[in-house]
Structure formats: structure tokens, C-alpha cells
Ligand binder design. Structure first.
Ligand code: SF4
Length: 340
């Protein structure tokens, strides 16, 4: 089998997406996990639905309730606790929601919410309470978004976000990108997505054709938090994207119990680089309601990064950052070098 057959021999991505596990009982049964987890998983999945696609499921160790991939998707009792300081809109994006589907926070770039759909529901997601239903990009809203971008010559980059923007079919992406290409001052398209990691067959020949032939320079920012997420199929998807001239970066979130150790972060950076992806950001946790159990203090995060700097060349160390509402850029957290 040639390398490119690895992806093509599996089901179409839409089918894999539609067959994602949504029932806590099925998740526990497939992974041979104790039934004692079920009652709370049912309650917490009412707060934020469970969704686990099959390719990700395959990478979780059966029988291990502490598996770092499982902990990203399993609804736990801790989500039911309301803790002061953890809110539904931690980034206060509602204030920057200038048009339906458009968020304009930073100079020079706008973020478009293409869809509320995701391939996976990450329990720590800062948009787990986002009002996607108010941000549908129908034809009228899309024209309004285009008018907004066209009227501001200072905008040079459009960011496709969501949800997961690659949950949108290729035909619609092609039309949207073609419309954006008509705006002369746009230079770059950035796509923030977890889909090539969750369902590698999402990297279809049509998607590659669209990206390779766009006049906009394309950057794809993957979201992977742990090296166990990156298997041969993911590596193949990344190889195809790179071959289509897509610049590949990764952003991760620092999460208690999942990747808050130097060894795990080091392996993640090295695995990403082996696959052709540069580690870009490591975000400290955004204080979203229902996910406080993932949080790590800034001091611990900075200590970890300081140690990581001692283990890796600089280009493999992601920037430790946080988004602070109202600021005009991400805020980098200072990281000391290790004492000699
Ligand atoms: S894929 Fe991204 S937007 Fe979707 S739930 Fe996960 S973190 Fe949130």
C-alpha cells in the first residue's frame, strides 16, 4: 500500500463525522470503562454534548480512565460544579461580534464562525456555551461579512474558526474562499481546525485543490494537545497539506491531567515537528464554566515552560499565551530561563 492510500481506503469523512459516538453508555462500553462513571457522564453530557469520532476513539487506551485522550472527551461530575470566576464567555467575544458570524478583536484580521459543528466535543472548550445559533452564516449574513471586510482596507487576514470550519463541505468552502479572494487587500487565510487530527480523511483531494490554488497564502493551525493524538493517518493528512503549500502550525491548551508535564509537552513538540508541524501556542486555560478541573496556575505553567525550554531547541517551544478580553493581541506569559 502506498502512503497516500492510508487515508483514501477509509470511509468518507462525512460518514465518520455522522457516526461519532454521542452516548456516554456506548463510549464506556467501547472502552471497557467502569459503569460507575455512567450516571455523571449522562448528567454532564446534558450540559455539553458528548462527541467522539471513531479515529480518535481508536487512539484511547481501553480500560484506562486516566487516558489523556479520554479525559478530553469524557463528561465528568466536576463539570456540574459552579465555581466563582469560571464563566460562560471567558473571552467576552460577544463584545467583538460586529456582524453575525464575524468577530473582530485584533487589528488586521477578522475571525469568521463558519459553523458550530465540531468533529469532537472537547470538555475544556472555551466556546462550550457560545451562542452558535445566533451566528449562522446564511447568504444574507455572508454578504454582510464580505461588505464588512471589503470596507476595512486594514484587514489582511481572515481566520476560519468555529466550531470547526472544516466541518463545512468543500463546495461551500470553495465558494467562500473564492468570494474572499475578490477582496484585493486580503492576503492570508488562516484555518483553525481539529478535524485533520480527529478525522484525517477530512483532507480530501478537493480540499487540497482549493487550498493549493487559492491566491491567499494559507496557514492551518491544528489543535493537538498530546502526542498520542498523532498517528500514521494524521501524519499522512499533514504531509498532503504541506504538499499543497499549506503552512502547518499547532496550538495546544495546557490541561491538568492531560499534558501538564515536561515529558508530555516535549513529546508533543517532537511528534508535531516529525509530522511537519511547528508548535505555535500553548494556551493557559480560559476560565470557562464547567471545566475548572482542567485549570493550572500561571506559576505552574511558567515553571513547566521554563523546564521545557531547557529540554528543546527554541523553535520547538511554543509560546505560552493567554487571551485577555479587550487586549489587541494575545498576551505572552513571561518564562524565565533555568538558572545555570
Ligand atoms: S474542536 Fe475546538 S471548537 Fe470544537 S469543541 Fe474542541 S476546542 Fe472547542
Amino acid at each position: 500500500m502506498s502512503r497516500s492510500d492510508v487515508i483514501q481506503q477509509t470511509l468518507p469523512w462525512q460518514k465518520v463525522l455522522s457516526q461519532a459516538i454521542a452516548s456516554p453508555a456506548e463510549l464506556l462500553q467501547q472502552l471497557q470503562l467502569p459503569q460507575s462513571l455512567l450516571a455523571d457522564a449522562n448528567i454532564s453530557s446534558e450540559l455539553f454534548a458528548l462527541r467522539v469520532p471513531e479515529p480518535f476513539l481508536r487512539r484511547i487506551r481501553p480500560g484506562d480512565p486516566n487516558d489523556p485522550l479520554l479525559l478530553q472527551v469524557l463528561p465528568l461530575q466536576a463539570e456540574q460544579q459552579k465555581i466563582s470566576g469560571y464563566v460562560t464567555d471567558p473571552l467576552q467575544e460577544a463584545d467583538a461580534n460586529h456582524r453575525d458570524g464575524l468577530i473582530h478583536k485584533y487589528n488586521g484580521r477578522v475571525l469568521l464562525i463558519l459553523t458550530g459543528a465540531c468533529a469532537i466535543n472537547c470538555r475544556y472548550c472555551f466556546r462550550r456555551h457560545f451562542p452558535y445559533q445566533d451566528n449562522r452564516l446564511g447568504p444574507e449574513q455572508w454578504q454582510s461579512v464580505l461588505d464588512y471586510i471589503e470596507a476595512d482596507q486594514g484587514i489582511s487576514e481572515v481566520i476560519f474558526s468555529g466550531g470547526d470550519p472544516l466541518a463545512v463541505p468543500d463546495s461551500r468552502l470553495r465558494k467562500m474562499i473564492a468570494d474572499l479572494e475578490q477582496i484585493p487587500h486580503l492576503r492570508r487565510l488562516r484555518i483553525h481546525t481539529r478535524l485533520p487530527v480527529m478525522i484525517p480523511q477530512r483532507v480530501t483531494p478537493e480540499l487540497l485543490d482549493i487550498l493549493q490554488n487559492s491566491r491567499l497564502k494559507t496557514v492551518m493551525v491544528l489543535h493537538s494537545n498530546h502526542a498520542n493524538e498523532i498517528d500514521d493517518e494524521v501524519r499522512e493528512a499533514i504531509r498532503l497539506l504541506r504538499r499543497a503549500d499549506v503552512q502547518m502550525l499547532n496550538q495546544a491548551v495546557l490541561l491538568r491531567g492531560i499534558n501538564n508535564s515536561v515529558a508530555v509537552l516535549k513529546t508533543l513538540s517532537e511528534s508535531l515537528f516529525d509530522a511537519g508541524v511547528l508548535p505555535y501556542y500553548l494556551f493557559v486555560f480560559d476560565p470557562v464554566e464547567g471545566a475548572a478541573h482542567f485549570d493550572i496556575s500561571d506559576a505552574d505553567a511558567q515553571r513547566l515552560m521554563s523546564q521545557l525550554q531547557g529540554e528543546l531547541p527554541g523553535y520547538l517551544v511554543p509560546k505560552l499565551a493567554r487571551e485577555i478580553p479587550g487586549r489587541n493581541a494575545k498576551t505572552l506569559l513571561p518564562v524565565d530561563s533555568q538558572p545555570l
